[in-house]
Write a protein that binds this ligand. Sequence first.
Ligand code: BT5
Length: 318
Amino acid sequence: MKAKVLRLLKANFGEYISGQRMSQMLQVSRTAIWKAVSVLRAEGYVITSLPRRGYCLLALPDLLTPLEIGEDLTTAILGQQIYHAQQIDSTNSWARQLALANAAEGTLVVAESQNGGRGRLGRQWSSPQGGIWLSLILRPQLPVYQVQLMTLLTAVVVVETTKMVAGLAAGIKWPNDVLVNGKKLAGILTEISADMDCLRFLLVGVGINANVALSSLPVEIQQLATSIVAETKEPISRRAWVQHFLKLYEQEYLKVQRDGFADILQRWRQYALTLGQVVAVQSGERTISGKAVDINEQGALLIKTTDGIKTVWAGDVL
Ligand code: BT5
């Protein structure tokens, strides 16, 4: 009912539509309309009302609710189920619980802020209001050894979505950092549940500092991070970003399962900031130094060292 009432109000944005007309169109009582309007107001929709004239929608909240994202979303799989919270510890942790309880492929989990956002290796991910903090539950037909490639795919989709929605060109630092002018704009956390070599589900967590004021990040991160609004001086529609992201992600996700990752790897190379650079990569206890020459078919970084080419599966480019 809430969604139907909202659709009518949006169709008449800035104009009054009477409660009686809405109740006739939706075949419900005027009290039901009034209740739906009250719930929408509580969610941040600015709706005025006047006796005899009815209701008028004046402003939408900048929220990533199912109502906002789900409306006119054109995907077939991703985001068909949406879980939204004002605040949660971590969308990846919430997504794991949902996946264990059999949540459908493509379920989207999103929060306005996180108070226990996670990076890799137990690192913290700062997630204030204004950012986009989301996780997808996927159940792909892929062998476990191709999971790293899903991180690369995600980075490509984040870069291309940001270009499309904000006109901002970002690059990728292997394996999972999306950077603008050397500062971190977005991070990706891919987690799995698997039996031996059989993937049960994959959780793709994406955090992007969309409309985040850099002053709302911890001081020690402020110098290393950037946001879309800090770069372009224009806040974006976070809803549009998420909708484009889901659409492009679905397209690429179906394609890799059908045709493999060659095309994604090619696009990743195009955005890569790491390739061709002399780097030091921290991988567990080891630091490997040399020239990053390429990635292999599984997304591992190939480094030309004085001892020949080394393959680095996981780590941080320092
Ligand atoms: C990452 O880890 O970059 C993965 C971040 C994934 C976050 C998303 S948000 C939705 C989902 N739910 C979660 O709980 N997580 C995912 P890593 O490569 O380990 O980088 C972590 C490092 O990035 C930290 O140690 C900080 O230095 C830096 N950092 C933390 N918060 C940041 C922010 N908001 N912007 C830029 N850099 C940040």
